[in-house]
Design a protein around this ligand. Structure first.
Ligand SMILES: [Zn+2]
Length: 275
């Protein structure tokens, strides 16, 4: 963990969190080195939804805590609303917990857990993307984003919004914005839910969802889909649609995670790289 980030985090949260040095958090994975892109690596991102030998898992007691924290974040989302939750900052999350009894305070164990997940080196999980939101306290200024009507999503003003408007102008109602801006809390929530479903296999979770801090949804990328396709918009079925083919023809399909990428992530034809 980066000492400076941690000190900053502690001073802002105003609590003393006792993280025992070297305490068990992850079940020891095999060593993974950035730059070792052998056949096992490409097999992992192709069969992303399966467990692999080099995967890193949370220790068993941490899995219980994982479920508790995921449920706690869901209560924050239910309270601030689905759309607003996309841009909630960490300190705001803490305040919502204090203010609303139906949410409840985040206790030290939960805060420590969130901090550890956030500052864990994603390379240990086999995720090699950049950390674009390096602080747990990063906030998204409300004036930097706009709400996109009828989507429950925000987009950053500037390049992201312009790209989306060009796509809409070209493809019309067939294309939908399926995921826009995600702050660190939203990304944390999605990642923890994924980790609940993988029963603590954080590597498996990271192959289909960037760990918090590493998502380019935090800085301007967004996801699109074909209207009516639902959850299948987040599968390779999307690449077979006319919407995707038109995005390719028009030059909008600049993918963040193409097939065979070196970031440790599955193929995501729906994820438009803006920044
Ligand atoms: Zn995406």
């Amino acid at each position: 963990m980066n000492d400076l980030s941690r000190r900053h985090f502690l001073s802002v949260v105003g609590r003393s969190l006792a993280v025992a040095a070297g305490s068990a958090f992850l079940r020891e994975p095999l060593a993974l080195t950035k730059g070792k892109f052998d056949s096992a690596y490409f097999d992992k991102i192709r069969r992303f939804h399966e467990d692999h030998d080099t995967d890193a898992y949370l220790q068993d007691p941490e899995v219980k805590l994982l479920k508790r924290v995921a449920a706690h974040l869901r209560r924050v989302q239910n309270t601030v609303g689905y759309g607003n939750f996309g841009i909630v900052g960490f300190q705001q999350m803490v305040r919502v917990g204090r203010r609303y009894s139906r949410v409840d305070r985040f206790d030290n164990r939960e805060l420590e857990f969130l901090e550890r997940v956030f500052y864990e080196d994603a390379g240990r999980l086999g995720f090699f993307g950049a950390k674009v939101r390096p602080s747990l306290n990063d906030e998204i200024p409300r004036k930097a984003v706009v709400k996109i009507p009828r989507t429950g999503q925000f987009l950053y003003k500037g390049g992201s919004l312009e790209t989306y408007e060009q796509i809409k102008a070209a493809l019309g109602d067939d294309v939908v914005l399926t995921s826009g801006v995600r702050g660190v809390v939203k990304q944390m929530y999605l990642f923890l839910n994924k980790a609940v479903r993988t029963e603590g296999n954080l590597s498996r979770a990271s192959r289909s969802l960037a760990p918090p801090g590493y998502s380019f949804h935090g800085v301007g990328d967004f996801d699109v889909g074909k209207r009516g396709l639902g959850r299948a918009n987040f599968t390779t079925r999307f690449a077979k649609t006319d919407v995707y083919k038109r995005l390719v023809d028009l030059g909008f399909a600049t993918l963040r995670y193409p097939e065979g990428n070196l970031q440790g992530v599955r193929y995501e034809p729906w994820h438009i790289k803006v920044v």
